[in-house]
Design a protein around this ligand. Structure first.
Ligand code: DGY
Length: 324
């Protein structure tokens, strides 16, 4: 059987060449999500699919794509894929962990600094031509050195953020569903805390959990109410980890200092209130968006897909039970 692959984004030409040399490949040559109907039509006869985090890969797709054997997503997050339905049909699901850890941690840290030092507001101020006289007490921010950073989700990315924070002289507390990990506590000078205690202790809270049933709206109205009035919330994980409506009200009422968000509940459609507020920093889901990392993610996705279609075990297979 000839293997055929659908790639739902133009990715990088040089990264795709190993795929083009081996299989029949159809690439959606645009840097935007494939329209749903076209996606369904094009995936129908494919044995491999290289998809993006913005593509919904669900039962509807599996029902039309009968020959499909592997879905290789160019992301670490897999909340856009129905893994259970894929597994029932024997379809392998692969992702790209590891290669985006440091880049995403960089962005989380950059967002934290942007919010703390009001860099977005300051930039808007200058561009609007408002900086006419020297200033002393305007646009004052908050120091991060000496403050406590609370990291929720102490996996690869959470720990990479902790490393950066330690270098900036921050104290680190963390919460993870797996509990305390004493092996890293002394290395990263960090201390485990239960979630509620972390929220009421930290000056900065950064979210690094995957989106799953147990983490959906993990930060709801009640959890937000535990945070200090002077605290900052940073989210580079997934928008649905926060109850966005509750966050908007919390920010409007100035019950926390500020938020810095790279991800949103219904991105790229944002609630208009968020666009109006000064005490929120907004980014368009660019956690892993560096030249180097986006290329490495694409290479890994191509490798995962190639291995699967050649009958070998992909490097990052999330449902190994399909191989049995
Ligand atoms: C990821 O890898 O999950 C990123 O959020 C996708 O851009």
């Amino acid at each position: 059987m000839t293997e055929s692959v659908l790639v739902t984004n133009e990715l990088f030409e040089e990264v795709l060449s190993p795929l083009l040399n081996r299989f029949e490949v159809e690439v959606f040559q645009q840097d935007k999500p494939m329209p749903r109907e076209l996606f369904k039509q094009k995936v129908e006869d494919k044995t491999g699919l290289i998809a993006m985090a913005a593509d919904r890969v669900d039962k509807e797709i599996f029902d039309v794509a009968k020959p499909l054997r592997v879905v290789s997503t160019v992301s670490v997050g897999v909340d856009h894929i129905d893994i259970k339905a894929a597994t029932e049909r024997g379809i392998m699901i692969t992702n790209t962990p590891g290669v985006l850890t440091e880049t995403t941690a960089d962005l989380a840290f950059a967002l934290m600094m942007t919010a703390a030092r009001r860099i977005g507001e300051a930039e808007r101020y200058v561009r609007a031509g408002k900086w006419k006289i020297p200033m002393y007490r305007r646009l004052l921010g908050t120091d991060i050195h000496g403050k406590t950073l609370g990291i929720i989700g102490f996996g690869r990315i959470g720990r990479a953020v902790a490393k950066r924070a330690a270098g900036f002289g921050m104290k680190i507390v963390y919460y993870d569903i797996a509990g305390a990990d004493e092996t890293v506590e002394s290395d990263l000078n960090s201390r485990f805390m239960l979630l509620d205690e972390l929220l009421s202790t930290a000056d900065f809270v950064s979210l690094h959990v995957p989106l799953e049933k147990s983490t959906e709206r993990l930060i709801d109205r009640k959890k937000l109410s535990l945070m200090k009035r002077s605290a900052f919330l940073i989210n580079t994980s997934r928008g649905r980890v926060i109850d966005e409506r509750a966050l908007i009200e919390t920010l409007k009422d100035k019950r926390i200092a500020s938020a810095a968000l790279d991800v949103f509940e219904t991105e790229p459609h944002l609630p208009p209130e968020l666009l109006e507020m000064e005490n929120v920093v907004l980014a368009p889901h660019i956690g892993s968006a560096s030249h180097e990392t986006r290329k490495r993610m694409a290479e890994l996705a191509v490798e995962n897909c190639t291995l699967a279609l050649e009958g070998k075990k992909p490097r990052y297979l999330l449902n190994p039970e399909v191989l049995k």
